[in-house]
Design a protein around this ligand. Structure first.
Ligand code: UD1
Length: 430
């Protein structure tokens, strides 16, 4: 079974290039199905989830051509059917973006119910509410969500919770609806803005993305475009916290510092120095870390996808810290793994109470989901001795070349397959 073997203790030092945003890319790929003309998308991260999206697109007749590792050319002029249900797609959350994209363009879509990380109940009632408000019929049959409409008409939609997925999905469905759609209580995440910018570059008329009211004026059709995806806020944040826990000095390059402000602010609070330049952020962890409190919130608040990473850091910070998870109800499963490394963390409902310990020790760990998996890697990099991490398929869903990037910063990490390789790793790393 594939694992990461990690020998902790080396401070991470150097520069690392951040890739395109996974959560923007997944929606933008689906949105590329909304024009018959050719679309070229750059800075697409090469991840399990993006590969799954592209395969699903090919399964309905969309032509996908890779031009280099991070550029794809997509032509959806010959879509042959509107049913997306291949095995891969059932496992990822973003499959739901095909509903909004295909409903918007073809007024019909059938997509397997979404999977994704098991971090709590993940309903899609707000997506369905939005589609219905636009005049679509939505039903679930044989594991598929089926949505269709004779005609989509603009509507005034108030989302009951701030949801990234529903904001983007309803925006896509409304782009070619008749008249104006207003989405209130919209999510403001950078990837919502990126998808809106992409659609606008195809001829859509979307205003207000990045605020909590998004206005969409329906257009007849969309045209081809060339577009570059924004850098990944969470990949960057993960490396920034990896610098903090290893007492390192890391510069994340090719980022938008504004998107990282809530992350930078917490790093400063716990004792790191953070220097911003135009498209890079440097984190220096020269002093011992100190405690703080944090609550996950929709953007511009502290992202839920960074919650495990900050918990790992607070586990090594002097004093008592409190982490409150307000987005997903089952996002502390990794705490058991951290406890086996020596952390002192008590979880009560959606809150973790953390008493900082001076060090973690290496252990055999299992990644429970994508972000928690990455956070356990950072814990292992900070720990004394060797750790192994199982179920790295989760981590590979969201981090391109993770071991290689960490190695370039001086980490001792390798992907291994056998006991023999683990023994070799132990010998090599002393
Ligand atoms: C997306 C991201 C995920 C990130 C999350 C929050 C993708 C593929 N995944 O997930 O990495 O952690 O945003 O930033 O982009 N909710 C409802 N009804 C709905 C939709 C959501 O109640 O119809 C609730 C969810 O249960 C959750 C909250 O709203 O409590 C936010 O969910 P949402 O922003 O939609 O997250 P996802 O799209 O699932």
């Amino acid at each position: 079974m594939e694992q990461y073997a990690i020998k902790g203790g080396n401070p991470l030092v150097g520069e690392v290039e951040i890739g395109g945003a996974k959560n923007a890319a997944l929606a933008i790929l689906a949105a590329a199905a909304m024009t018959d003309e050719t679309v070229i998308i750059e800075n697409v991260p090469d991840l399990r989830d993006t590969v799954v999206m592209l395969k699903a697109m090919e399964s309905i007749g969309i032509r996908v051509e890779r031009c280099g590792r991070h550029t794809v050319k997509i032509n959806s002029g010959a879509v042959s059917n509107l049913v997306i249900e291949d095995d891969g797609i059932k496992k990822i959350r973003a499959s739901y973006y095909f509903l909004g994209a295909l409903l918007g363009k073809y007024k019909k879509a059938e997509v397997a119910l979404p999977g994704g990380c098991n971090i709590g109940l993940r309903p899609i009632d707000q997506h369905i509410k939005g589609f219905r408000a636009l005049g679509a019929d939505v039903r679930i049959e044989h594991g598929l969500i089926i949505t269709e409409a004779g005609q989509l008409r603009g509507s005034h939609i108030y989302l009951d919770v701030v949801t990234v997925g529903a904001t983007i999905n309803v925006m896509m469905a409304a782009v070619m609806a008749e008249g104006q759609t207003i989405i209130e209580n919209a999510a403001k995440e950078p990837h919502v803005v990126d998808v809106a910018n992409f659609l606008n570059s195809m001829g859509a008329s979307i205003k207000g993305a990045g605020t909590d009211v998004v206005r969409i004026r329906g257009v007849q059709k969309l045209h081809g475009t060339e577009y570059t995806i924004i850098p990944d806020q969470i990949e960057a944040g993960t490396f920034m916290f990896a610098a903090a826990v290893t007492k390192g000095d890391v510069t994340v390059k090719n980022v938008i510092p504004k998107h990282l402000e809530s992350i930078s602010a917490k790093l400063i609070e716990i004792g790191c120095e953070v220097e911003e330049s135009d498209d890079a952020v440097r984190v220096v962890a020269a002093k011992p870390l100190t405690h703080t409190h944090v609550k996950t919130l929709p953007y511009p608040g502290f992202p839920t996808d960074m919650q495990p990473q900050i918990t790992v850091a607070l586990g090594l910070s002097r004093g008592t810290s409190i982490v409150t998870e307000s987005i997903f109800e089952n996002r502390f499963k990794y705490v058991d793994e951290l406890t086996r490394m020596g952390a002192s963390i008590k979880v009560e409902s959606n809150t973790a109470i953390i008493d900082g310990v001076p060090k973690y020790t290496g252990a055999s760990l299992t990644a429970p989901d994508l972000r928690a998996g990455a956070a356990l890697v950072t814990a292992a990099l900070a720990a004394e001795g060797v750790s192994t991490i199982d179920d790295i398929k989760f981590i590979e869903r969201g981090y391109e070349d993770f071991p290689q990037k960490l190695q370039s910063l001086g980490a001792q990490i390798e992907k291994i397959n056998t006991e023999r390789e683990l023994r070799k790793f132990r010998l090599k790393t002393g």
